[in-house]
Design a protein around this ligand. Sequence first.
Ligand code: KIV
Ligand code: ZN
Length: 504
Amino acid sequence: MRIIKIFDTTLRDGEQSPGASMNVQEKLTVAKQLARLGVDIIEAGFAYSSPGDFEAIRTIGAEVEGPIICSLARAKEEDIKSAWQALKDTPKRRIHTFHSTSDIHLKHQFCVSREEALKRSIEMMKLAKSFVDDVEFSPMDATRSDINYLCEVIEAVIDAGASTVNIPDTVGYSIPVEFGALIKSMREKIKNIDKAVISVHCHNDLGLATSNSLAAVLNGAGQIECTINGIGERAGNCSMEEVVMALRTRRDIFDADTNINTEEIMRTSRLVTKITGIYVQPNKAIVGANAFAHESGIHQDGLLKEKSTYEIIKPESVGFHSTKLILGKHSGRHAFKSRLKELGYELSDEELNSVFEKFKRLADQKKDIFDEDIEALISEDVTKAPEVYSLVDLSIVSGINQKPTATVKIKTGDGIIDRMEQGDGPVDATYKAISAITDTKSKLLKFEIKAITGGTDALGEVMVSLEENGRAVRGHGADTDIIVAAAKAYINALNKLAARKKQI
Ligand code: KIV
Ligand code: ZN
């Protein structure tokens, strides 16, 4: 059976989703989880594009073991040199360089002839190859390129050293029968094609990214580029969980599989949601909240008799566990630690102390604590920032005939400051008070609230997105009191903005 390589581009193309930008620490956290998931290659960023991306590639290269770490680079000298600088201390490294091949791009965007584009692609491939052995080349907008020219470019870059040739459906224009046929004809027309792995990179503008990638596998592709939850430019990229589970579930058709440890899929999906602030729709295949929920009586009846009647994937095989009551107020540290281990979290002593303390506080407020509650507590730590501001106290007066009023106390560098404000609702009043205390000039772009589990005593989780001077940050907060959760999320985001200002 063939093993199809999984090239994860959540940290590069995925990060191009509006509002999904991640800082170095967040990227490192995702990269460590991608390594646990078993991806073969992590595209950690685009080194030349920003100092943050450069640093993220360098840090991930130094700290994440297992996958090959890759940087994107345009077919330009400065990009390739920057990718090399970011990767030079990484043992398993790849440079991914690209140049458009479609006449639409060459004529209207880059104003170069086909000959010039070919020459540049060869030269830059040679330059990248002088730094690293493992170089990937992408002819951007391949699916709208003239096939003979596309094949000419690919043959030339393989001769110049490309070990992977990646065929992007940049604008998500192709359909499965056509995309599969393209891969097939490339294999027939390009003389040296067996010297390189054929990869595919499909966008989801017509909702066909997963199908196109699978059609390519049936026609000989050996690598799929994809992202967690399918995030990415515009309508996103091929979704990793879908393509991996399609290959696993229908091995009979594909005669192929991947190295992915599928039980890590749900956790990775939740982590990416938490860090990017992009939620998946409930009916999303594999990782949506309803992906394994059976509502119809006929289906439930069948399932009770025999699971295979309506279930093609075991939920546990992708790490989807039904909500489980875990611990309560009297549970000790040992039981807590071993439950965390079962959930796949190996925390340092310091991290364990912090989460255990929060767990005990939560257990005082909430009778039953579920796996999802624990994950929310852990993710508060994942998304934490150095505390320039911390919430000391908050009280609210609100009701049908009352003007909502918040009194907030915050610890700042100048001591504890309190402030009372009124607003249109309790969150508005609280945010006005926090904004006055911290004297922030930031703008609130997004505010989302959801209950983590069922029940009126559920933890409420708030995600906010703030913008100041063109920089956007996300903040998270979880609490059984939703106004406190909202205040924590706002303060978490303000701390991130303060940390970014210090980095300048
Ligand atoms: O969609 C695209 O064409 C890309 C390339 C850089 C591979 O993301
Ligand atoms: Zn792309």
